[in-house]
Write a protein that binds this ligand. Structure first.
Ligand SMILES: Nc1ncnc2c1ncn2[C@@H]1O[C@H](COP(=O)(O)OP(=O)(O)OP(=O)(O)O)[C@@H](O)[C@H]1O
Length: 429
């Protein structure tokens, strides 16, 4: 009884203190931001005067705070973007916010002290996330909670019968989707290890599941890895290659078939396959596109698919770790409006992919990216699908062809014919 009274009082005390502290911290963020901005050299000297960044407005939202500042003459929004990480780190500086909900969510399997200690440690290492924007005033959004570092795949993300695939979750829990029939091709970029292959596998799995009879895939995996390997025998996969020379031949063939589709659709007066009520869609997925830059014919065909494939139902998913003008030629880029950019090393790389800075300022989290389509721009955390989950979803569509494998195990032989793999006894052969 006494123990219960004591623990309840301690928790209530901590919660009230945390709440007050949080209010105080948040209220103070505008001033703190101004200080960080001044200290990072963004004030402007004008004769004897020093022009500073002036707070004009601040507003509390359910996700955090939005501050608006007037920037001094002589400074541009880009100057502030270059300081985004400094501002975020300054605000994260040892912010210890324990809320009542955190306490409620604790399980005490490890004992009260250990549970509190690990919660405290978690809060200390948690960093605040911010976003910068500009609408004539500098807008700084400070989020109460960071976006999840890993959001696992769940089957509710599937939309059977559509060409819409999940790209990521926003901070308010909305799922952002890329609809290939609407937004058509997609460029995916990001530094090594930030989730490009993971999202390509997710997209392939979702397309196979949602439209098993209408999806056609050409998987070109030039990274020398094995990202697409498990898909190679799916009935939807028409081409699979890990070699650039072979990839070029595949692209030549795809172009011929695209021309045929183009004649059937556009030359007959339809705007695109959707209007012509053609059901099939062909996805050309290239990872890593930089390895094709030496292959001029392949690059020309890629540009052609980007330009005419949108009507013909030939959609390009163009993935690279090296976003430069050589790898993503301007003619290709012009025809691929939707972009997904994970963390990149430089401002220039971010601009090549998104036409704006920002992906270089994302926190170092795999799966964290900026997705832009014709309408909007979102910071997202892509869902992560494990290989076992992929296998389970694609298993019904795996066919093995033209191989005959002999296994001298007992008196059986595994026969692989067009269709499913099955095991028979020697007498049956
Ligand atoms: N959406 C995600 N959420 C959480 N973790 C992820 C996500 N995507 C990838 N990861 C983690 O990052 C690792 C690397 O991801 P991935 O192989 O997709 O990177 P990549 O960008 O393709 O790298 P590279 O170009 O070097 O092949 C994965 O093994 C996984 O552990």
């Amino acid at each position: 009884m006494i123990f219960e009274f004591l623990t309840t009082s301690i928790f209530a005390g901590i919660a009230v203190k945390a709440f007050l502290k949080k209010q105080d911290l948040n209220e103070n963020d505008s001033g703190k931001i101004q200080r960080i901005i001044s200290l990072s050299g963004l004030n402007v000297k004008d004769g004897k005067d020093t022009l500073t960044t002036q707070l004009v407005h601040k507003k509390k939202h359910n996700w955090g705070w939005e501050y608006k500042y007037r920037i001094p003459l002589g400074r541009s929004f880009d100057d502030y973007l270059t300081k985004q990480k400094i501002i975020a780190d300054g605000l994260s500086n040892r912010s210890k916010q324990i809320t009542f909900n955190d306490l409620k969510a604790l399980d005490f399997d490890d004992g009260i002290l250990n549970s509190l200690k690990s919660l405290w440690k978690e809060r200390l290492s948690e960093s605040k996330e911010i976003e910068l924007d500009f609408d004539g005033l500098l807008i700084i959004r400070v989020f109460d909670k960071p976006l999840g570092k890993r959001i696992n795949w769940n089957e509710e993300l599937l939309k059977t019968g559509t060409w819409s695939v999940p790209i990521g979750y926003t901070r308010n829990g909305n799922v952002i989707r890329h609809d290939f029939d609407k937004d058509k091709h997609l460029i995916i970029a990001g530094a090594t290890g930030y989730g490009k292959s993971a999202i390509l596998k997710l997209i392939s799995t979702v397309l196979i599941n949602q439209q098993p009879d209408n999806t056609e895939l050409s998987l070109i995996d030039l990274k020398g890895g094995s990202a697409f390997h498990r898909f190679r025998n799916c009935k939807q996969v028409q081409n699979y290659s890990r070699d650039p020379e072979e990839a070029e031949k595949i692209l030549i063939d795809i172009q011929k078939r695209m021309n045929h589709s183009f004649e059937n659709v556009v030359d007959k007066g339809f705007e695109d396959v959707k209007e012509a009520k053609v059901k099939k869609r062909h996805f050309v997925i290239i990872d890593e596109a930089a390895d094709l830059t030496e292959y001029k014919k392949a690059m020309t065909i890629i540009t052609d698919i980007a330009r005419r494939g949108r009507s013909a139902g030939y959609y390009l998913i163009f993935c690279t770790q090296y976003p430069t003008m050589q790898v993503i030629p301007p003619q290709t880029k012009r025809n691929i409006i939707a972009r997904l950019c994970y963390v990149v090393d430089t401002d220039t790389a971010s601009r090549v992919v998104l036409d704006e800075s920002g992906a270089d300022k994302l926190p170092d989290i795999p799966g964290r990216g900026i997705y832009k389509n014709t309408v909007k721009r979102f910071v997202v955390q892509s869902p992560f699908i494990a290989n076992e989950e992929i296998q389970e979803i694609i298993e019904p569509y795996i066919e093995v062809v033209k191989e005959e494998v002999q296994e001298n195990i007992a008196e059986t032989k595994t026969v692989v014919t067009k269709g499913r793999k099955h095991t028979v006894t020697f007498e049956e052969i």
